[in-house]
Design a protein around this ligand. Structure first.
Ligand code: COS
Length: 394
């Protein structure tokens, strides 16, 4: 397809991504999906090629690319291997809190986080609270200079593979005044329900008391195992607080605004992969003495798919350009995530239909695409939550 990119450098980056996608991703995806194994080395290769820190400035170890370019890289990766594209998106999301809200000390970690050696995970959801993120119950109790974190996080991408976690938890908030008196004694802390009582901590995965559980048995995206993570009085240094005490929910929402665009880009790439495969198959497949591509029933399905993908991509890029311009884009990201992932579900389902019985068996990738599309309508805010965000903006 003919992409419009803002700089010659961006064209080179997309070309490099295409080489990686064809050389490193496409040959491996089926094996890793069949084994349900996370491709840590492939992610490292992607990181060393500079693709794990694309939208962050060069001075903190990123690649200084506009979001609209970063998202087209994610899209291209997703067209070959969704789990890898999702890993890039989730990692990029996981770097956001420290980048945007971390103090000087925490920001010193950014080059390692963005350089590809350290992989991040984002721990917001809990078993009893997914859509209602502000109801989370994981608690952090300050003990001297250390928070002891206890609770359970759920649906965590990279649970067992990550090197660092953003942990959203109830630290309590100061009961008026500063958290500490001048003498350094702990001031009164109140644990309050709702968004205002939530803070963000950056935890090392190797912290004692943090235990990723067995991976969930998922419908698709099997090479990206998700799991619960149990925290049992896990000690996290108090200086790993990201942003202000009680400011964690806003950080989580801001990060998700950008993350939802990553998921939307994944959906565009997945749908494009399904369409490309269906077109190639339809051209070769003959019934009634001619290529099935000659039948209007097939042609219209493919034309609708191509139109939906183009519209989804345009929404994703429009939201990205607002973000790049420093303008509010929360509702636009929600629209893009909603539309792109619903489009991916429809296009991948139709791709299976174009292949008929062959579409339903694992000899062709379209049944995988269809299973993978489903999860994109759910992660980083269900599409019903996206509608709430859009409706609120009206
Ligand atoms: N950026 C910055 N701040 C935001 C924000 C955003 N996008 N969205 C909300 N906030 C702020 C609000 O301004 C509010 O702050 P004030 O009280 O100072 O005004 C605070 O956060 C609470 O907002 P709100 O009352 O709207 O929160 P709700 O509890 O109603 O939750 C939804 C809003 C439903 C949108 C939120 O819970 C959500 O996104 N849920 C889905 C969670 C999700 O995506 N999970 C996937 C996990 S990662 S796989």
């Amino acid at each position: 397809m003919d992409r419009l990119l803002p700089t010659p450098e961006a064209y080179e980056l997309l070309e490099l991504t295409r080489e990686l996608a064809d050389g490193e991703l496409a040959p491996r995806v089926d094996d890793f999906e069949a084994r349900g194994e996370f491709p840590r080395e492939v992610i490292r290769t992607i990181g060393r090629a500079g693709l794990l820190g694309l939208p962050y400035p060069e001075e903190v170890g990123g690649a200084g690319q506009p979001y609209e370019v970063y998202l087209q890289v994610v899209e291209l990766l997703a067209s070959r291997w969704l789990a890898v594209a999702e890993a890039v998106s989730v990692h990029t999301l996981s770097c956001y809190p420290v980048y945007a809200h971390g103090g000087e000390q925490l920001r010193k970690l950014l080059p390692d986080m963005l350089g590809g050696e350290l992989l991040g995970a984002y721990c917001l959801s809990e078993p009893q609270g997914g859509s209602d993120a502000a109801s989370l119950a994981t608690k952090a109790v300050l003990d001297g200079e250390t928070y002891l974190v206890t609770g359970t996080k759920a649906w965590i991408t990279h649970a067992a593979a990550a090197d660092f976690y953003n942990v959203f938890c109830r630290t309590g908030v100061p009961d008026g005044g500063d958290r500490r008196s001048e003498e350094g004694a702990a001031g009164a802390i109140r644990y309050i329900p709702g968004a205002a009582g939530i803070s963000c901590l950056l935890a090392d995965a190797a912290t004692p008391g943090i235990a990723p559980q067995a991976p969930e048995k998922t419908m698709g995206l099997r090479s990206s195992p998700v799991a619960q993570i149990a925290f049992d009085a896990a000690p996290v240094p108090a200086d790993r607080l990201v942003g202000p005490l009680g400011g964690g929910f806003k950080i989580a929402m801001e990060a998700l605004d950008s993350g939802r665009l990553g998921i939307a880009a994944c959906a565009v790439g997945l749908a494009q992969g399904a369409l490309d495969y269906a077109v190639a198959y339809a051209r070769e497949r003959e019934q009634f003495g001619r290529s099935i591509l000659d039948f209007q029933g097939i042609r219209f399905m493919l034309a609708d798919a191509a139109t939906g993908i183009a519209a989804a991509r345009a929404l994703v890029l429009a939201a990205a350009r607002l973000k790049d311009a420093g303008r509010p884009y929360s509702a636009e990201a929600a629209k893009a995530k909603l539309f792109a992932t619903d489009t991916a579900m429809r296009v991948t389902t139709d791709a299976v239909q174009v292949l008929g019985g062959y579409g339903y068996v694992a000899d062709h990738p379209v049944e995988r695409y269809m299973r993978e599309a489903k999860v994109l309508q759910i992660v980083e805010g269900t599409n019903q939550i996206q509608r709430l965000v859009v409706a609120k903006s009206l």
